[in-house]
Write a protein that binds this ligand. Sequence first.
Ligand code: NZQ
Ligand code: ZN
Length: 390
Amino acid sequence: MQDFIYCAPTRVIFGKDTELQVGKILKEAGATRVLLQYGGGSIKKSGLYDRVVQAVREAGIELYEIGGVQPNPHLSLVREAIALAREKKVDYLLAVGGGSAIDSTKATAVGVPYEGDVWDFYCGKATPKTALPLGVILTIPAAGSEGSNSSVITNEDGWIKRGLGCDLTRAAFAIYNPELTYTLPAYQTAAGASDIMAHIMERYFTNEPDVDMTDRLCESVLKTILKQAPVCVQDPTNYAARAEMMWASTVAHNDFLTCFRVGDWASHQLAHELSGLYDSTHGAALAVVFPAWMTYVYKHDVQRFCRFAVEVMGVEMDFFHPEETALKGIAALRSFFRSIGMPTTLKELGVPENELDLLASKVKRGPDGTTGKFVPLTEADCRAIYELMK
Ligand code: NZQ
Ligand code: ZN
């Protein structure tokens, strides 16, 4: 059981029409000049953009904007946003969208007051000392960026995708209206579910003893996704299911479930290379990576994988053959991903199968040459896990 500091200061405003409060909330926070960042246009199609712009302007706040943030957000757009924010002297940032718009905004937040290049923070050359405040209107439950301290940016120079963990980038407020997620394509809904599950599983597979409470919390949120994700895919306007998915997105990744534990995170590193090089949707990449990673490492702690199989995936425990129980749990997870329309092989993900050496060589590893805490993986291990995704 680890000591911990838990810092999740984001003010949550949850419910129907809550986006209409954004002007008031920004004003109360002291914002006078706001830079809005959003993605490729879904918020314009849905009418959300117009409502947000009106609410902010009615509050007497100057509003500037930069759209076109791509999934797996690019460093070049972050640099543009930083330049614009400096030129217009903005004092508050607003992200409307999902992990990509939010992460681009977080990078802007630390980049504006920094004299060097913002990539310094992502390649580990510098640590942010200060940041602009930011708020979020969430449109997709997935990355959990609305509540997390992290952001992930892709540098087009080398197509390197790297993350920054920094409490200064936690959103001051996050607005959730489940109805905003009704327009999500089924694939994005499912990819979001896969990412939320991955965030919990990265924490669940730990070597830390005596973490029963957070084990049970993890299992409970995972079971909620197993129940509600298929409902959202089949019935996109089911308010209750959408609402539970939205809150699960945050709970999975705002570190509430990290307390007492040490997470693994190798699967995320393996997935980042798929997104960095081939622009794979983050959650879809994780649906391919996670069962392969599990298959590679389950012997490290068969009991924990049995617990996952039984408590989460509903597999019956076979006390005479625990390994079989563990493997059935992994198979059940893979079937679940398939059932909601996620890929489970590199081929389905559209990733060439002849570049596994390159992929394995790019995976971010620590000074000891490994990635992952549950089972530290070498480059050769990473290569073997990619092989299992074929
Ligand atoms: O760009 P627009 O037009 O808005 O369309 C988006 C995008 O195509 C669409 N979308 C979002 N809300 C919608 C909608 N379409 C219709 N109706 C809506 N309500 O969905 C697509 C995906 O959006 P994106 O923001 O990329 O999704 P997500 O939230 O999955 O974010 C993925 C990014 O977050 C990073 C990932 O690596 C990836 O770059 N992550 C961030 C984390 C963090 N900051 O804590 C942790 C995660 O592990 C993850 O790495
Ligand atoms: Zn993720």
